[in-house]
Design a protein around this ligand. Sequence first.
Ligand SMILES: Cc1cc2nc3c(=O)[nH]c(=O)nc-3n(C[C@H](O)[C@H](O)[C@H](O)COP(=O)(O)O)c2cc1C
Length: 389
Amino acid sequence: MGAMNSVVSVEDLRRLARRRLPRILFDYIDGGAGDDAGVHRNRAAFDAYRLRPRYLVDVSERSLATPLWQHRYVAPFGIAPIGLAGLFRPDGELLLAAAARDAGVPFILSGASIATIEDVARIAPDHTWYQLYPAREQRISLDLLRRARQAGLGVLVLTVDLPISARRERDVRNGFDFAIGMSPSLLLDGLMHPRWSLGYLARGGLPAFGNWRPYAPAGASPRQIAEFFVSQSFATQTWRDVELYRREWPGRLVIKGIQHADDARRAAELGVDGLIVSNHGGRQLDCLPAAIDALPEIRAAVERRVAVMVDGGIRRGSDVAIALSLGADFAFVGRAPTFGVAAAGAAGAGRALDILREELDLAMGQLGITSVAGFGPELVARPAGSPPS
Ligand SMILES: Cc1cc2nc3c(=O)[nH]c(=O)nc-3n(C[C@H](O)[C@H](O)[C@H](O)COP(=O)(O)O)c2cc1C
């Protein structure tokens, strides 16, 4: 943990990750659709808000504990699903899951993970949620659901904001794609980032999409498994699929990527338990609204019928405070713990969560509230004349 003492902000972890990772991977994490306009908009939207403190309140005892369904999490935020995390650091997903478990917050395992559902569930059985990327062959999607259920996971997250693939200019320039395992530019880049490369060389090479191995042709190489995954990706999804998953999944069902009040209402009518208001971290379409700007409309549309969560652009505890004040029940962070795990493994991911928790606790004390139930719209303002984000 010693090396982590010099890390005082999420931005510090970003800088360390940039140094350690091949450029092509850092750009994949850091970048977004088009020229990153949506990534910047997510940040600008938070920067446009001000928090309004109330003083002369006893804030000597504060708690970040947050009830969500039958759980009580230590803080009101968790780790968003991040594809390929096991390519940024060997066992990346297992390290993120361990960090979330130790911090008492949820970890959403990506549908494009390297680690398997079963391995992650063994590490953090009570904190892991599973995010499904449906396959073109429905039998595969249903088998993934069966595995998640059998592993004891209680929450399924259906990401809906990838009807088709995105065009991310940094990835296009770098020649990044999912079948990257054999890409000459990654190997070349790796030579200049030996600490990253050595971690994989010690294990005999780059890893594969673990969950997809059973469905790919027998004996497929990591690259062939990646190609199989890509061939199954961007399966058409409609509301009928939401109905199907609602029938098939006995646990909590969450839809991630909702931006429109009508979609939120429809999801609530179909019995969905939660929504994550998100623009995929600015990675799908460059001109979507910032997630935090879409949040109040969605909260108003579904009222208290479903849990409303948000992600996109959260780099500080005060951002979480803004999200909760605007009506979110819970928040997620994607890049913050990902930079942490890439920079320094579980300690780095844990440091990201610690920093966010400390900053949120500070914000609460300053705002004059002692529990997350104290957040509300009276604590947040957007100064008149602030530019639209
Ligand atoms: C490198 C990377 C990979 C991601 N992979 C997935 C994924 O597999 N599934 C998914 O639903 N969202 C994915 N996302 C989106 C995140 O879950 C989340 O919505 C986003 O990162 C939140 O924004 P933030 O990074 O500013 O916190 C990914 C984001 C990043 C940065």
